[in-house]
Design a binder for this molecule. Structure first.
Ligand code: ADP
Ligand code: ZN
Length: 576
């Protein structure tokens, strides 16, 4: 909930209170008819489905409410919980408090106006919010043009291969049932954000020509026990009514987290999870409904989700490798007038660890930049700017505010990183080094691209640490030990973390299988600190030996602000 919304909500609550005080008189008069009793659970379910129109709350054991689709009023048990009113308000219900009484026609008139206004206000706000949060399952109708298929997913070849049979099943569930084949009911997609998990699930539905029902796990995590479970049942009911289809649950970890042992287990989440498992169990073979869940934290999922008959197929949707990045760039540059000078192969090389979503965003940003400029094509500059934006947040407009001395510090700092990267490993490539500040707070940055590898050697890790420390080392060489800055705090944290892993996790310190060491945090700390110190000294020596190159880099940076990998190499070569 953002601040603005919270403020509005606060105003609404105050208005509601004022309204409620006045409402006393109004409701006292309507107490003559005998309301019908409804079970509390049924009442909560009605709230979850948005069927409750208004509630009259008091201190009594019972509360009164009206439904949206009938004139009659009902009673149910009053839970008398402190946050109950807020819960009702958040569900878009108009709430009045029936303790104080008021008198006079005017009061009643004002009350009606207030309550009605409030009712519409809250209704509009919450229904908009609910739609935005994806509470109502989105159903993509298979009729008409094909909305999305495997052709819209670039790369991810293994994943596609892994779900092909599911697509066949979705097309013809009866055929599989006839052979007695048991298909997975649930598939778990796991991978980093933006790698195309949603896209892949949507493509499965598109390929099979069946509806796609998308929800997010966080929609089911509610304050009140039973609401999430009711929503799950509702979702599956709707999906079953629609026939064959894909149910997609994003962020499954929100509701399927490992149960914390014992103390204050989250009842609501547990009920919701159980409802989901029950619904999945309830499919008979051949229904043709497949549940796809996505997470970027498969490690924290409750084992119950992963048992046979549940999400028993796990498919990794990983970050794209270079070929996949090239394919994604190709796909998303369709319909965009790219200038011939743009080298997508190079861009694919320079975007190690970019997700599909980031690549798509990069091309889109470049297109927006070109459109703003009003040029004919998207130019390499547009791509470059978009690339920065993706790497370090957007460029700050006002550069004059940064004092010259600080620019110099940044230039030397970043030059240190760049030089250490190039000198320590010929396979390392510097993609970009810049002193243009970004909104993310960094003064500048140096993007080095390590070679893509399955394993890192001991030497690789030592190099990584040295590259991290080189920013600080360059500052010290140029401005003196006492003038190093706080700008390096991230670097030092990174170096320290790597050093600790080097010693403990990877057993690369003294004595490879020294179990005592692995367990003793103090020893790990001491040894990794010693390692970091040694590597820092080595870095100082390395940069000192190549001081002229360091200086040349820093000076060029100060004039040009940004250098690409080729320019960096050129400057270093010319100083050798
Ligand atoms: P996730 O669900 O893993 O967070 P999404 O499926 O929402 O990721 O991906 C967001 C967007 O990024 C997609 O709509 C698509 O435009 C782009 N994208 C991500 N991966 C790919 C891919 N492999 N091929 C093409 N586009 C992709
Ligand atoms: Zn740095």
């Amino acid at each position: 909930m953002n601040l603005k919304y919270r403020n509005i909500l606060g105003v609404v609550v105050i208005l509601a209170l004022v309204g409620a005080v006045l409402a006393g008189a109004f409701f006292r008069d309507s107490r003559n008819t005998q309301p019908e009793f409804m079970e509390y659970a049924a009442f909560i379910e009605a709230v979850a489905y948005g069927r409750v129109k208004s509630v009259s709350l008091g201190d009594g054991a019972m509360l009164r409410f009206t439904l949206a689709d009938s004139e009659a009023s009902y009673t149910t048990n009053n839970p008398r919980r402190g946050d109950f009113k807020e819960f009702l308000l958040l569900a878009g219900i108009s709430v009045s408090e029936s303790t104080t009484t008021g008198e006079g026609l005017l009061q009643i008139g004002v009350t009606i106006a207030l309550v009605a206004g409030l009712f519409f206000f809250i209704r509009r706000r919450t229904s908009a919010g609910m739609a935005k949060a994806g509470l109502t399952p989105v159903t993509v109708k298979p009729h008409g043009q094909k909305l999305c298929g495997f052709d819209d997913v670039a790369g991810n070849l293994e994943a596609k291969e892994n779900v092909k049979d599911i697509v066949d099943y979705l097309k013809e569930p009866e055929r599989f049932a006839r052979y007695g084949a048991r298909m997975p009911r649930g598939i778990l997609f796991h991978g980093k954000p933006g790698t195309g998990k949603t896209l892949m699930a949507r493509a499965m539905a598109g390929e099979a020509g069946v509806p796609f029902h998308a929800v997010s796990g966080s929609d089911f995590v509610q304050m009140y026990v039973g609401v999430g479970a009711a929503r799950v049942r509702d979702l599956f009911k709707k999906a079953r009514e629609a026939g064959r289809g894909v149910i997609f649950i994003d962020e499954i970890d929100a509701l399927g987290k490992k149960r914390s042992d014992g103390v204050n287990g989250n009842d609501e989440r547990e009920q919701t999870l159980n409802a989901l498992l029950t619904e999945m169990q309830g499919f008979s073979e051949g229904t043709g409904i497949v549940v796809v869940a996505a997470t970027n934290r498969p490690d924290i999922l409750d084992e119950a989700l992963l048992r046979p008959g549940r999400f028993d197929r796990r498919v990794e949707i990983g970050l794209p490798d270079m070929n996949a990045r090239r394919a994604i760039l190709d796909l998303h540059s369709q319909g965009k007038p790219l200038s011939r000078e743009i080298d997508l192969d190079k861009l694919a090389r320079d975007t190690v660890f970019f997700s599909g979503a980031m690549l798509e965003g990069l091309l889109n940003d470049a297109a927006i930049g070109a459109a703003r400029r009003g040029g004919e094509d998207i130019l390499p500059e547009d791509i470059t700017t978009a690339y920065y934006t993706a790497l370090a947040g957007s460029e700050k407009k006002d550069r004059s505010a940064i004092r010259d001395h600080e620019r110099a510090i940044t230039a030397w700092h970043e030059s240190g990183h760049a030089l250490a990267a190039v000198l320590s490993d010929p396979e390392n490539r510097v993609a970009k080094v810049t002193i243009i500040p970004s909104t993310s707070g960094a003064g500048g940055f140096c993007a080095t691209i390590p070679p893509e590898r399955m394993y890192y050697t001991k030497q690789d890790l030592r190099r990584q640490i040295k590259i991290s420390l080189a920013g600080r080392a360059a500052e010290e060489l140029r401005f003196g030990e006492d003038n190093v800055t706080t700008g390096a705090s991230n670097d030092i944290e990174k170096a320290t973390t790597t050093a600790m892993q080097y010693v403990s996790k990877f057993g690369m310190g003294t004595g490879i299988a020294d179990r005592a060491l692995l367990k003793d945090n103090r020893k790990v700390a001491v040894e990794s600190a010693a390692l970091t110190d040694t590597l820092y000294r080595e870095t100082l020596i390395l940069l000192q030996k190549n001081y002229s190159a360091l200086e040349a880099l820093a000076e060029r940076l100060l004039t040009k602000e940004t250098l690409d990998g080729d320019e960096v190499a050129e400057i270093i070569d010319s100083c050798a």
